[in-house]
Design a protein around this ligand. Structure first.
Ligand SMILES: CC(C)(COP(=O)(O)OP(=O)(O)OC[C@H]1O[C@@H](n2cnc3c(N)ncnc32)[C@H](O)[C@@H]1OP(=O)(O)O)[C@@H](O)C(=O)NCCC(=O)NCCS
Length: 455
């Protein structure tokens, strides 16, 4: 997707809903630093965070230049420059099963001031972001959520989970294979260039990961403000293969009291190969003078349990819905991924008043590639006069299909939950016996979807 985000017209329905409240919906000019600075203050306040340091605000201003930034303003407020609601969006690729990237629209910074909540402002902003996403040609919208109760009503569903993994260091005995390459401790700034390429390769390996934006690596590597405690504590180790080519890295910090062993926290483990992944895990779990190793936003399907003699040394906690997906264009979204089994399956998708509503046929060929086509908008044949059904001369096998809502479609899209689980929950139905079993096989993903960042 290449176009100017400023050229997308302001959604008239969202503008009207906001105007009905006596408020004004505005698209911010990326060149207007004062307006963006006030918007950032509203954003951090909305998330109950402290006012940003100067270095963070400057960094955030830079990040926002590549985004579509919108605010709601109250002309009666004492401070009319600070918005009472914020939202931002930008085009970003989402990796789908099979490794392709689908054009998606990332939604972030959804906040409504506590003084203006529960008047439908967030609802209007969500409708506006769907309009922006569609105008940008995105197959789906996506976000990470502070609370799991907000976005279902807007057609979003959890599509990839994440968990905290804690390892009891004294119980660690490595039983995995030794990686053939070598580890190198490097200064964060030294890794900056290699890191971007490694991240791109790692993102492409995992359904659920999204394109990283310029600036994210600077934050993770602590390069925004080198004097900050976070930056000073951040260490980086890189894995190079036998040919000396970088294949992964992890950023981590060890916190400890005087004379006490420490706790190692890592938040960014990037592996472009399985060797790199194993080598970095081994580096982390074999640290001396450390009691625990903790990683946040890890996959719920990490191989680490199979690399340690004592899998009970591992505690998985805080398993959360993390990536939320709202399908906008089923044809583009479902044709992008690879499927686990061949077959033909009808999808009757309910998305009342939404863009995904309709009946589609998914056909998956031998190479796992899927093709989805709409089957409910063909010019209708002249209505036949209803008469007695003609007696069937041969027994035809009923075609396979499932009925589901747009949320359920988002939930199964990356293979994060099996359709049969949603059927057991009464949220998905089959149109013929065997359809759910077929849907399970088709929507299976070789790799469990996982998103390792907030956005
Ligand atoms: C979440 C937030 C944006 C909602 O804004 P709002 O303008 O009050 O929401 P609306 O009035 O448009 O509400 C729309 C619907 O969502 C529901 N809703 C809103 N906030 C909710 C919440 N936190 N939990 C559950 N439901 C919520 C409303 O009840 C309403 O339901 P209904 O219309 O289906 O009956 C706002 O509370 C906020 O800024 N929270 C703090 C920051 C945050 O968590 N943002 C989300 C980022 S992922």
């Amino acid at each position: 997707m290449s176009f100017d985000l400023q050229d997308i017209p302001l959604d008239s329905a969202a503008s009207a809903a906001i105007a009905a409240q006596g408020l004004e919906y505005r698209l911010l000019d990326p060149g207007n630093r004062a307006a963006l600075a006030a918007w950032i203050q509203a954003d951090v306040r909305g998330f109950h965070r402290a006012r940003p340091r100067k270095s963070d605000a400057t960094h955030q201003l830079q990040v926002l230049t590549d985004r579509r930034v919108l605010g709601v303003y109250d002309p009666k407020a004492a401070d009319r420059e600070t918005p009472v609601a914020t939202v931002s969006g930008w085009p970003a690729g989402l990796t789908v099963p099979g490794g392709r990237s689908v054009d998606a629209w990332a939604v972030s910074s959804v906040t409504v001031s506590p003084t203006h909540r529960r008047r439908g402002i967030a609802r209007a902003l969500m409708a506006g972001s769907v309009a922006d996403a569609r105008a940008a040609g995105a197959a789906l919208a996506m976000l990470t959520a502070t609370e799991a109760t907000i976005y279902g009503r807007f057609g979003y569903a959890p599509a990839a989970q994440a968990a905290t993994i804690t390892i009891d260091r004294p119980r660690v005995r490595w039983i995995g294979p030794a990686a053939p390459g070598r580890l190198e401790l490097v200064e964060p700034a030294e890794l900056r260039n290699d890191a971007a390429a490694l991240v791109r390769r790692a993102v492409a390996r995992t359904p659920g990961e999204i394109d990283r934006w310029p600036g994210l690596l600077d934050r993770v590597l602590g390069l925004i403000d080198l004097e900050r405690d976070f930056a000073r504590a951040t260490r980086v180790v890189r894995y190079d293969d036998e040919d000396g080519q970088p294949q992964g890295f992890v950023t981590y910090r060890i916190t400890r009291e005087l004379d006490e062993p420490g706790i190692l926290d890592f938040d960014f483990l990037v592996a472009a190969t399985d060797d790199a992944e194993r080598a970095l895990w081994r580096f982390l779990v074999e640290q001396d003078f450390v009691t625990a190793v903790r990683g946040r936003l890890r996959s719920i399907d990490e191989p680490v349990a199979w690399l340690l003699e004592d899998p009970r040394a591992i505690t998985v906690s805080d398993v959360v819905d993390h990536l939320w997906v709202r399908v906008l264009d089923p044809v583009a979204a479902l044709s992008a991924r690879v499927y686990g089994a061949t077959g033909t399956l009808t999808l009757e998708i309910a998305d009342p008043d939404g863009p995904a509503d309709g009946t589609f046929e998914l056909e998956v060929a031998g190479n796992g590639r899927g093709e989805l086509r709409r089957v409910d908008d063909t010019p209708s044949a002249p209505m036949a006069t209803p008469t007695r059904a003609a007696p069937s001369t041969r027994r035809s096998r009923p075609s396979q299909g499932i009925r589901l809502g747009v949320q359920e479609l988002g939930a199964i899209y990356l293979g994060g939950v099996r359709p049969s689980v949603l059927a057991r929950a009464g949220r998905l139905a089959e149109v013929a016996p065997g359809s759910i079993a077929l849907a399970d096989r088709m929507f299976a993903s070789e790799r469990t979807p996982h998103l390792s960042i907030w956005f």
